[in-house]
Design a protein around this ligand. Structure first.
Ligand code: ZN
Length: 277
């Protein structure tokens, strides 16, 4: 009892989803947490919608049938336009929940999700925000775009558009408050800065300073992150501490399945990469 499995950035890999559920059963886990970027990679309207309808829905039924809870959220690579479809797939199963900007109580622990990320060079801005009010935008690969049904809205002046949106800092502090921060688990797709959990290929560190400060001031029990798949390979770090808080960003292997198996009572965590069958 109390064992959970954390995975993130599965990007529509069916075998990784299936292996995660199998691992949860093998380990007797009562909970699987998915940290976002759940759908096939790339700005693929129809493919992402089809993945939810034809794969995730039935996959979630497997969690329901196994009596294992599933908490997930869509993130920066998952088109916002499909959020209602994702929400509907989750809503069909009492054990499956979309935790984006929500709090879910399981026993003494509150799980709170955050799917917005600090702005990056990539054009898709559905979930992108300035980190703080005096944010310096990174170089951009082109004009910003937002997903619309079947297409895109072009954002020629992305910085001006972003300045009118709440920052990551403001979004974090407007999340539902936990009953007891010391027992709260935050699932925040983007990693915090300063811990080695945010290191891109080549060494650039792109983590969120406001997320670091949020963790430092609130001191939750545990924070779970993803977003920078290669970070643990680059920095050698997948777990770090900020005061009493344990912060985990396991990354995601391009060939195998990267997972963390953890337990909130013992606060023991194990990261592993499982080879493809
Ligand atoms: Zn990703």
């Amino acid at each position: 009892m109390g064992t959970f499995v954390f995975v993130t950035d599965l990007h529509g890999s069916r075998w990784k989803y299936e292996r995660t559920l199998a691992l949860a059963k093998e380990r007797g886990a009562s909970l699987v947490i998915n940290g976002g970027d759940m759908l096939p990679h790339g700005r693929l309207h129809e493919e992402q919608a089809r993945f939810i309808r034809e794969f995730l829905d039935e996959h979630f039924a497997g969690y329901q049938a196994s009596g294992i809870r599933h908490l997930g959220l869509t993130a920066n690579d998952d088109l916002r336009v499909h959020d209602p479809l994702f929400e509907a797939a989750c809503a069909k199963y009492p054990l499956v929940e979309n935790i984006a900007k929500r709090r879910v109580e399981i026993g003494p622990h509150d799980y709170i999700g955050m799917n917005l990320v600090t702005d990056f060079p990539f054009r898709l801005k559905d979930r992108a925000r300035m980190d703080v009010r005096d944010f310096t935008f990174p170089p951009q690969f082109g004009d910003g775009i937002l997903s619309l049904p079947g297409g895109w809205e072009e954002i020629p002046d992305w910085p001006a558009y972003a300045r009118a949106l709440p920052t990551i800092e403001e979004e974090l502090f407007s999340l539902p408050a936990p009953r007891d921060p010391g027992r709260a688990v935050y699932v925040i797709h983007g990693p915090p800065a300063r811990l080695g959990l945010d290191v891109c290929r080549g060494g650039m560190e792109v983590g969120s300073f406001s997320t670091f400060r949020f963790i430092e001031s609130l001191q939750p029990l545990l924070t779970l992150h993803g977003h920078i798949h290669e970070s643990p390979d680059e920095s050698g770090v997948w777990l770090a501490k900020v005061g009493r808080t344990v912060c985990i960003q396991p990354g995601q292997s391009s060939s195998g399945l990267t997972v963390v198996v953890g337990d909130l009572e013992s606060m023991r965590f194990e990261q592993m990469v499982i080879a493809a069958d």
